[in-house]
Design a protein around this ligand. Sequence first.
Ligand code: PHB
Length: 395
Amino acid sequence: MSSRRLVLTRSAAIIGAASTGLLLPEIGRAQSAKVRVGFMLPYTGTFAQLGVAIENGFRMAINEQGGKLGGREIEYFKVDDESEPSKGVENASKLVQRDKVDVLVGTVHSGVQMGIQKVARDSGVLSLIPNAGVHAATRALCAPNVFRTSFSNSQPTRALGKAMFDRGAKKAVWITWKYAAGDEAFEGFKESYTAAGGTIIKELGLPFPNVEFQALLTEIAALKPDAVACFFAGGGAAKFIRDYAAAGLKDKIPLYGSGFLTEGVLEAAGPAADGIITTMHYSDSLNTPRNTQFRLAYAKEFRAQPDVYAVQGYDTGLLLIQGANAVKGDFNAKPALYKALEGATIDSPRGRWTMSKSHNPVQDMYLRVVEKKENKVIGVAVKALADSGAGCKMT
Ligand code: PHB
């Protein structure tokens, strides 16, 4: 058969299928087909390591349960969002429109998340947020098909203020990247620190993902606060910790932060990180059988130590498994699927947590200190902390 003839024969077959209503793309959507899972995560830039840890954790949870969702095989799709907010809608649309995913898992950066949120609300696709804490996602723009497995931006810092004040810091400087995650982390810090009796003498900031900290560190030295509190994460956090010590501030002005500051960076930061106190919904050193088993299995599979991002990815997998099992893999059974996700209790390495009505974790916040390249738990700063869910109306 000539190649031209073959082409004609194939297109005739497609036309035939279409005229009988057997549209080929529909075959791909049938229940017997694979579940389409899309990762929209940063695989390059300052948050690249965070994206990888989330994907690792997610896959580990799924593989531990036989590699399927509600009895169906899985096909994975991936987009590198580069932590670039201006491409957020376009990148989420690639997964939803082009790849036709059943569930979108993403992302890390709050600005990019706003793009995903728009696409999720417009399309109705199931959206699981494994990190980005932007308030709008579970407050003003909350949606029945959007669930967060990580934290809201002000949750960790809401546990920080009192711990700092109780350690003698009466006057503090705040420093962060100026974008939603930093600004909303400040909200939680301001509320908890001023309520405890502390005074914030200066707010400092620089644009994301800038890491030219020198001028700001000089300003901190001149201000002489009792302590500094901050939000930084990923590669930028490692550099901030090193620069803070190199500027001679480490032994003069104690450094505090939301726990992202010391997650996944302790090798890179080295001794400069020792003594930093943070609040976070996870700690490496949680001495529970669940955490120990998770850490051993993760280290064995990925030859790396897990961090909070790996845990959040893992918990996203656990949540999706619960939802998929409840509807036996039928992702079109939306009311039942959402009900299962909303009612989920996650037996996480971080400790058990539940989903709030606005689809954000209700979870314990630990107080931790860095010792010899480990975040050691020194207490529970706040038990079962929920985000306010202010303005959330599910429609
Ligand atoms: C965010 O942009 O929401 C974000 C990024 C990195 C973190 C935490 C929050 O570690």
